[in-house]
Write a protein that binds this ligand. Structure first.
Ligand code: ADP
Ligand code: MG
Length: 595
């Protein structure tokens, strides 16, 4: 991001798209506008009252008029104060409303986006849009927009009143404006360059800190603490240096602005004094003129100040609307056919070609076809990267295939209601995700609103009840961030309990071996054996025991089906499976079995 780019190319298109969000709160918008207009009128009335005070009251020694105008001035100030307060209130509430609605809309959109989107956009980036960018918009919609409008009204009103008060002196001020504005603009650019440079240095140090915090364990294991500290502190020092330079620039700008503005006012006063002594201008008119010129200058300055904020908000709005505009890749067909639910649903892949949207050139599945009968247990075996997990992803419709069909109970899944499809499948992933909520709630994800007895029953079936009962608060124990940490085997048993509670006709198991110790593994095995009974089960198998229990084994390699059959027939065939069995399941096991 270079200075000239972001300066010259402020695009208001994204800001315009905020209008419908704001207009949803017509009442607030209108109340804010009304307060703003009344407050500006009250401000603009002040110089007229001052003029009356001076010309009618002081100059003519008329105490009655002095009192009269004093009362009017106080009244104007009271109106100004009240209206400023109500403007502030309405505008801030409006900003909060709009940004909450935007956040809600974006989050709702995020829940619709398929994994293809999350493969491409980092979650940190999304969170920063949802927080930092939304906050930027909040202040723009609220404070900045109303400040801009207020300053514009003040500037325009005061400029008109200057001309009304004294056209001759207005011309004079007009002539002086370039001498004031041009150096201020140039100086302002210099200051902004400094500020951006300082922000970038700060961002550098945050980026380094984020990385270091995320990998503190690695840093410590390589005893890199000292080096990290010195890199971070030199980053911080650089950020400080840049901040100091930026503050200095800002100080120079402030001093210069004060100097030129007040010198100009003094110059106008000096010049006008001649008109006053010559009787061409009243003292009150002079006061009126000077106050209006100050207001016009303040209005102009104020507008340039909020300009930066508004252009930043425009960028933020663009980033948020980008999320809202993100196409939904996987969605329901126009007409969805109801899923004919049977306890035993068949599954079939017919000539499926697939590559991940994030890596176009790499084919992951090619012409993959297989059929699994209802109630059958099938194991998928193959080297790492063969496309085993991808089969599950497609069956759950996280992605749609490029070519070919996937059938569930004989129906193409593209024509099924997405929720009905996913409700029919229970997936136990390789690395189960446990959320930062209670154990009971974690299990209840399998079935919304499940009763406590059902949850406990599922946990018992998953051989998880005993360890849960030993936790400090049993099923109400919080897990994750601020709760207990669970072992790999415990997490997996919770995931199985979820699947048991879901009681879906199709079961997909991405079998994990690495996370489990021998005892956990035994429990997990027991739990799975119960779960698989009477369901169509596809298991990505890494264990010989599982493979041997399967009715049939599909062997995948490079995204294609290379062999299928039972353990014994495949071992006899002596192909890829026989080799894999030796490598993956261990010589001893296999040797023993072959005899
Ligand atoms: P397996 O489960 O058999 O080990 P996967 O189905 O996970 O293999 O992956 C098959 C291939 O697809 C691999 O080459 C992998 O790198 C690639 N792949 C997996 N997930 C993604 C993804 N989200 N985006 C892009 N490529 C992926
Ligand atoms: Mg896998």
């Amino acid at each position: 991001m270079t200075e000239s780019n972001s300066q010259s190319r402020v695009r208001f298109q994204p800001l315009r798209r905020l209008a419908p969000f704001a207009w949803k709160y017509k009442g607030l918008v209108l109340a804010a506008l009304a307060s703003l207009v009344v407050a500006s009128l009250a401000t603009l009335s002040l110089p007229i009252l001052v003029r009356g005070f001076v010309d009618r009251g002081i100059s003519e020694n008329n105490i009655a008029d002095v009192n009269h105008y004093t009362a009017l001035l106080v009244l104007a100030v009271v109106v100004l104060a009240l209206m400023s307060a109500s403007r502030y209130y309405f505008v801030i509430i409006l900003g909060e409303r709009v940004v909450n609605d935007l956040r809600t809309a974006v989050f709702a959109k995020l829940t619709l986006l398929s994994p293809a989107f999350y493969d491409r956009v980092r979650s940190g980036e999304i969170v920063s849009r949802l927080t930092a960018d939304a906050t930027q918009i909040r202040s723009a919609v609220g404070a900045s927009a109303s400040m801009a409008l207020r300053n514009f009204l003040l500037f325009a009103g005061a400029a008109v009143m200057m001309v009304v008060t004294s056209p001759r002196m207005s011309l004079l001020v007009l002539g002086a404006i370039p001498f004031i504005v041009i150096p201020l603009v140039l100086l302002g650019r210099w200051v902004r360059r400094r500020q951006r440079f300082a922000q970038d240095r700060l961002a550098d140090s945050s980026a380094f800190a984020t990385e270091a915090i995320g990998s503190m364990r690695i840093l410590q294991s390589f005893t890199q603490e000292e080096r990290a500290k010195s890199v971070f502190s030199s980053n911080i020092e650089a950020a400080f240096g840049a901040a100091r330079a930026s503050v200095r620039a800002r100080a120079v700008l402030t001093a210069f602005a004060f100097f030129v503005i007040f010198t100009s006012i003094v110059a106008v006063l000096w010049y006008a004094a001649h008109d006053v002594t010559a009787g061409r201008l009243s003292a009150g008119a002079l006061s009126q003129f000077v106050i209006y010129s100050t207001m016009a200058a303040a209005g102009l300055g104020g507008m340039s100040e909020v300009w930066g904020e508004i252009s930043q908000a425009s960028g933020s709005a663009e980033r948020l609307f980008e999320l809202l505009d993100e196409p939904v890749l996987v969605k329901n067909a126009q007409v969805v056919s109801p899923l004919v639910t049977a306890s035993n649903l068949s599954v079939a892949f017919e000539g499926v070609d697939f590559h991940y949207p994030s890596s176009e050139e790499r084919t992951v599945l090619s012409a993959l076809s297989f059929a699994i009968a209802g109630g059958e247990t099938v194991a998928i075996v193959g080297p790492s990267g063969a496309g085993k997990t991808t089969v599950f992803q497609l069956l759950m419709r996280f992605y749609d295939p490029e070519r070919g069909r996937i059938l569930l109970g004989g129906q193409p899944i593209g024509g099924l209601d997405l929720n009905a499809l996913r409700s029919a499948i229970a997936l136990v992933p390789q690395e189960p995700v446990i959320f930062a909520m209670s154990i009971a709630d974690n299990i209840a994800m399998g079935r919304e609103g499940a009763e406590r007895e059902a949850i406990i029953e599922a946990a018992r079936a998953a051989h998880a009840h005993d360890f849960i009962a030993q936790l400090p608060e049993g099923y109400d124990t919080m897990v994750g961030e601020r709760g207990v940490t669970l072992s790999g085997g415990q997490r997996q048993r919770l995931a199985i309990a979820r699947a048991i509670l879901k009681d879906a006709p199709i079961l997909l198991l991405d079998e994990a071996t690495s996370a489990l110790d021998a005892e956990s593994e035994r429990y997990v095995q027991l739990a799975l054996a119960d779960l698989m009974k009477g369901r169509t089960t596809i298991v990505i198998a890494h264990r010989l025991a599982t493979v041997k229990k399967a009715d049939r084994i599909l062997v995948l390699e490079g995204g294609a089906l290379v062999e299928q059959g039972t353990h014994d027939s495949l071992v006899t065939a002596g192909g890829l499976y026989a080799r894999l069995a030796q490598l993956q399941f261990g010589m001893d096991d296999l040797g023993h079995d072959l005899d």
